[in-house]
Design a protein around this ligand. Sequence first.
Ligand SMILES: *[C@@H]1O[C@H](CO)[C@@H](O)[C@H](O)[C@H]1NC(C)=O
Ligand SMILES: *[C@@H]1O[C@H](CO)[C@@H](O)[C@H](O)[C@H]1NC(C)=O
Ligand SMILES: *[C@@H]1O[C@H](CO)[C@@H](O)[C@H](O)[C@H]1NC(C)=O
Ligand SMILES: *[C@@H]1O[C@H](CO)[C@@H](O)[C@H](O)[C@H]1NC(C)=O
Ligand SMILES: *[C@@H]1O[C@H](CO)[C@@H](O)[C@H](O)[C@H]1NC(C)=O
Length: 699
Amino acid sequence: PLRLDIKRKLTARSDRVKSVDLHPSEPWMLASLYNGSVCVWNHETQVTSRPYVFQLHMFEAHSDYIRCIAVHPTQPYILTNDMLIKLWDWEKKWSCSQVFEGHTHYVMQIVFNPKDNNQFASASLDRTIKVWQLGSSSPNFTLEGHDKGVNCIDYYSGGDKPYLISGADDRLVKIWDYQNKTCVQTLEGHAQNVSCVNFHPELPIIITGSEDGTVRIWHSSTYRLESTLNYGMERVWCVCGLRGSNSVALGYDEGSIIIKLGREEPAMSMDTSGKIIWAKHSEIQQANLKAMGDAEIKDGERLPLAVKDMGSCEIYPQTLQHNPNGRFVVVCGDGEYIIYTAMALRNKSFGSAQEFVWAHDSSEYAIRESSSVVKIFKNFKEKKSFKPDFGAEGIYGGFLLGVRSVNGLAFYDWDNTELIRRIEIQPKHIFWSDSGELVCIATEESFFILRYLSEKVAASQESNEGVTEDGVEDAFEVQGEIQEVVKTGLWVGDCFIYTSSVNRLNYFVGGEIVTIAHLDRTMYLLGYIPKDDRLYLGDKELNIVSYSLLVSVLEYQTAVMRRDFGMADKVLPTIPKEQRTRVAHFLEKQGFKQQALAVSTDPEHRFELALQLGELKIAYQLAVEAESEQKWKQLAELAISKCQFGLAQECLHHAQDYGGLLLLATASGNAAMVAKLAEGAERDGKNNVAFMTYFLQGK
Ligand SMILES: *[C@@H]1O[C@H](CO)[C@@H](O)[C@H](O)[C@H]1NC(C)=O
Ligand SMILES: *[C@@H]1O[C@H](CO)[C@@H](O)[C@H](O)[C@H]1NC(C)=O
Ligand SMILES: *[C@@H]1O[C@H](CO)[C@@H](O)[C@H](O)[C@H]1NC(C)=O
Ligand SMILES: *[C@@H]1O[C@H](CO)[C@@H](O)[C@H](O)[C@H]1NC(C)=O
Ligand SMILES: *[C@@H]1O[C@H](CO)[C@@H](O)[C@H](O)[C@H]1NC(C)=O
């Protein structure tokens, strides 16, 4: 299926709508009503104009109803019809310059051929379709096949197929090849007269509307029914799609509707050097981050990228994915895949597949041929075909080949398709880190971070110990489960960066989640370029934005997670001062307080750490700098617990903690201290302490 996401954008109630049109640049829909009025709706603001009645020129053209008008795309001509079709030239005072005769019943619709402006086709209640040439009053040829009157007709505008589509009162839709004059396909499904048909000018779909109240969307190459829309507005009379737009206007007995057809997830991929390829409908386009030069980039802002057209794809791309080294890109859609060279978009290999995944090794990939067969290819040659034990409902690429079935997830070795481990989980996505040591398995509710223990797997396979029918028991070690839904993700070192279902851009490292940004819409991660210290994301409208994320911080955190403090110390100087405290908090959470104290630049944080570590000297220094009573009190407490009474006394003094000083002085039997305290307390008006100290001295 096309996975089209259909959303209703506007519902406009009115009298019966007989024709709708979308403005090519403004967000306007024009609806002409059966009662003679014309309305214009703004589908962004949902505001309507008052009904218009236009009259620029009026003339009597036919003796019966006029059912359709067609305007020539370039010449000053319009065609009108009852049983005859008449051509009017508005530059010659609207004179009738030609009459086309041949139909034996009312003509319902006329359309010009977008690929040949001198040709037009007509649909008639005499059950035929006729194709005409301007300049010749009799039809060029007639297409027969419908059993009842034909109401509507449209030309296919894309590609090279010489096709016409028609809909009739026999409830059928027919696709015709007008070169060899045969009916190529009949679409059955509507339960009543078909009133409108449309080859969408951009999307690979056919839209048909019927008096049964439904609009049906069919795939224009496979002719499969993709969806049936019923908005309960009674009979459907007209449909209009627009080039360059995903909006489709529909006219009904009770008003009009605009729907938006889109893809949830854009077909888009970036290689490690910053070249981005995406599919805009069937056209492949490329943009290069490097070509932006040194332009100032702000977080979350749309990047000013120059877009290059790469040509069109033979299938309608639903996904697009670079291989790990970026030399190839695979396009998948409609049960087919094509592997292209990423530079010139030359096809390298193709075939049928339900799904396609790249291996970690750039020369390998797997396809899911059916719900039971998976095939592995190396250097574009089939290496192995196998039937996973419980079937294959989905496959996942990366370090190991993942296969999903009703029974859960099974990981296989790419080389020999041996089962490594079966896990009871229903994954949505799987993301492997570059080293193959960590993997994120994302489900509908949460995600798990697992460590893959390749040495244990090798040892078990060698000795055959710890191997069950579910594979190697110790193959994975759970590092954490996080109750968040991952939409897209990628690894940089041991840091897992992801977008969540609530549009947050986060990363996970060592049990901690850091939020990089709150996104204002759904975004899809494309990749991370360490050289730029930036993360790149795309949205449904193919805009690219970026967010700053320092590679030094990620590297440092990765080194810490690997307990590689030699590496961490090497990276540290490259971390800017303002990021040090964040890193220090991370170290503290990992239990490395000493290192955190060394790294942190925030006095508060450092003081906290110094206290926890019992570092009296450092804490003292920080208390002096901070001049805060609270700090002196905390430090006094620590000093007392360490029997550093001299220091404690000084701290209590700074803290003006007379109660504390009294306790210290009396407990240590220090008469001189009591005397000094009495004077100080009296001076500061601390009468209780002053009284007690004088009393104790017998004064
Ligand atoms: C036709 O219908 C529209 C909306 O339903 C209404 O606003 C308009 O007044 C009607 N026009 C006539 C001529 O009846
Ligand atoms: C259709 O009309 C064109 C132009 O008049 C003519 O060249 C062509 O031969 C005609 N084809 C048929 C099948 O009549
Ligand atoms: C007419 O052309 C279509 C392809 O457009 C082909 O499928 C069909 O078989 C052809 N029919 C005849 C009778 O040549
Ligand atoms: C379908 O068209 C026929 C004429 O072919 C007409 O009699 C019938 O009323 C139409 N159906 C509906 C539901 O209007
Ligand atoms: C691949 O390219 C060849 C030659 O350029 C072409 O004939 C073929 O149709 C292409 N196939 C696909 C599936 O793109």
